[in-house]
Design a protein around this ligand. Structure first.
Ligand SMILES: Cc1cc2nc3c(=O)[nH]c(=O)nc-3n(C[C@H](O)[C@H](O)[C@H](O)COP(=O)(O)OP(=O)(O)OC[C@H]3O[C@@H](n4cnc5c(N)ncnc54)[C@H](O)[C@@H]3O)c2cc1C
Length: 454
């Protein structure tokens, strides 16, 4: 039997129009085909929701039925090289359970709140170590889902093309209730920081891009500074564990929390703005002290939890990706854009902009690094007045420079941004949807406007 709940309070406070007629929280797989079949009892569109932290309207209730997958919260099996879990499990809980077994996912996000259903179906790019694994859904090797017609399906990596489409399908081709993820042995990661002036960074860009490991940048357009954080696997564990804890505490408290991943940890506290800004200053200073160099940690140690009420956090982050070749120009123009915007509107995002290198990854149709190595721009804010308008102009800026957005982490997108970035891939996805969901049971107005109606 399905369980009815009311719409989440505060949904509008984050600027997202939701308004489903009803929210359901099923616990049994058999309930999902029932919901999909009964169009009178459960109005269209039927939209799955995981943890509900997406920054865009991709869940979008539209007077229909939102299916909260939070009741599917069991980790089912730890196998040889894989873990099987239900779609409502949060990635943070999964990562912690893997850690107890000396295991980890091939990629670990900085946010623990993400549900496994969204991890499989939405775009979650991460600073990557190697080609083919630059977003979370590429860790998924099997999916169990219910199609719009209520049919239960199992899809594995062997169905490569189908998997590629599903991994970018945002609940538009079916509702996922179980996923299997690849796991690997836990490895220590060495983290180095280096601070460049923007001019130096651009001059040395090609050599920075040749470095191995995962690259995360922290950009300070008003100080003309770029801090490069490089994560490399540390097979030799060059720092002792006890030494590591001291350093780790210093970095986790002073450096990482101030960059991007920071937003959640400071959101609920008083004096947010000054806390964020002074955190950034502390962080930039800390990167120049010896304590911040050569830190060794395990991936689960950079996981952070956003505030439990998702509407408080989901308004605070946006993301575009750019081809690595164009990035020096993009960065220079981004710094100029931020300064120009401030001059004209007296507004600047009050948290540092982060960026990640994404190796080429064709595991998902709407992967931002589908065509090659990309670098992102990820401005963050505490959601203060001016942020929403800033993002509208930032989107046009990014699209003009050939940027690729996401449907769940890029706010205020326009149809032309999407068609310019994805072109033929949008047409392919639309045609597929027409065949698999002719009655538009899973389709909402957000995707109708961005991908075109079916
Ligand atoms: C401040 C902030 C910073 C962030 N930083 C990062 C970051 O650095 N890296 C990162 O990877 N993420 C980051 N995120 C998270 C990111 O925004 C994700 O978009 C989000 O959390 C997705 O997970 P969710 O469970 O909340 O998805 P939801 O918002 O619940 O859903 C996302 C999409 O997936 C679909 N979906 C969900 N579950 C299912 C299912 N079972 N079956 C079918 N479809 C489903 C939904 O319909 C929707 O279209 C950040 C978020 C915030 C708010």
């Amino acid at each position: 039997m399905v369980f009815k709940v009311t719409a989440a309070t505060g949904a509008e406070s984050s600027g997202l129009y939701r308004r489903p007629r009803m929210m359901l929280r099923p616990r049994r797989v058999e309930d999902i085909p029932t919901i999909l079949a009964k169009t009178k009892s459960y109005p269209t569109p039927v939209r799955a929701v995981g943890a509900d932290y997406s920054q865009a309207r991709c869940v979008g209730g539209d007077g229909g039925t939102v299916v909260d997958m939070g009741g599917f919260d069991k980790i089912l099996e730890f196998g040889d090289g894989f873990v099987r879990a239900q779609a409502g499990v949060r990635v943070g809980a999964l990562v912690r359970a893997l850690t107890e077994r000396g295991l980890e996912l091939p990629l670990t996000p900085e946010i623990g709140n993400i549900s496994l259903g969204a991890l499989a179906m939405a775009t979650l790019p991460q600073a990557s170590f190697e080609p083919g694994m630059a977003q979370m859904s590429s860790c998924v090797i099997e999916l169990k889902l219910v199609t719009p017609q209520g049919k239960q399906m199992v899809v594995t990596e062997q169905d490569r093309e189908l998997m590629r489409v599903l991994r970018s399908s945002f609940g538009l081709l079916g509702i996922v209730h179980e996923v299997v993820l690849r796991v690997v042995q836990m490895q220590a990661v060495k983290i180095d920081y280096r601070v460049y002036s923007i001019e130096d960074f651009i001059r040395q860009f090609n050599s920075v891009m040749k470095s191995s490991g995962a690259l995360r940048l922290h950009l300070a357009p008003f100080n003309d500074r770029v801090t490069v954080e490089r994560r490399t696997v540390d097979a030799a564990k060059t720092t002792t564990r006890s030494g590591m804890w001291q350093i780790r505490n210093s970095v986790m408290r002073n450096v990482l929390p101030a960059f991007g991943s920071s937003v959640g940890s400071v959101l609920s506290g008083p004096g947010l703005r000054s806390a964020v800004l002074s955190g950034v200053h502390r962080a930039l200073n800390a990167t120049q002290t010896p304590a911040s160099r050569g830190v060794v940690m395990f991936a689960h140690e950079w996981l952070r939890e956003l505030p439990a009420e998702s509407w408080k956090a989901r308004f605070t982050h946006s993301l575009w990706a750019f081809s690595a070749d164009s990035y020096p120009r993009v960065l220079k123009e981004y710094f100029a854009f931020c300064r120009g915007y401030y001059k004209e509107h007296k507004y600047r995002p009050n948290v540092v902009t982060a960026a990640s290198r994404l190796h080429r990854d064709r595991g998902a149709l709407f992967s931002p690094s589908y065509d090659g190595t990309m670098m992102t721009l990820e401005p963050s804010s505490d959601g203060e007045k001016g942020w929403a308008d800033f993002l509208i102009d930032f989107n046009d800026f990014s699209s003009r420079l050939g940027g690729v957005p996401t449907f769940n982490q890029t706010r205020a997108l326009k149809t032309e941004h999407v068609s310019k970035a994805f072109g033929e891939r949008v047409r392919l996805f639309r045609a597929l949807r027409q065949r698999t969901d002719p009655l538009n049971r899973l389709h909402n107005s957000y995707f109708a406007s961005l991908l075109g109606s079916t």
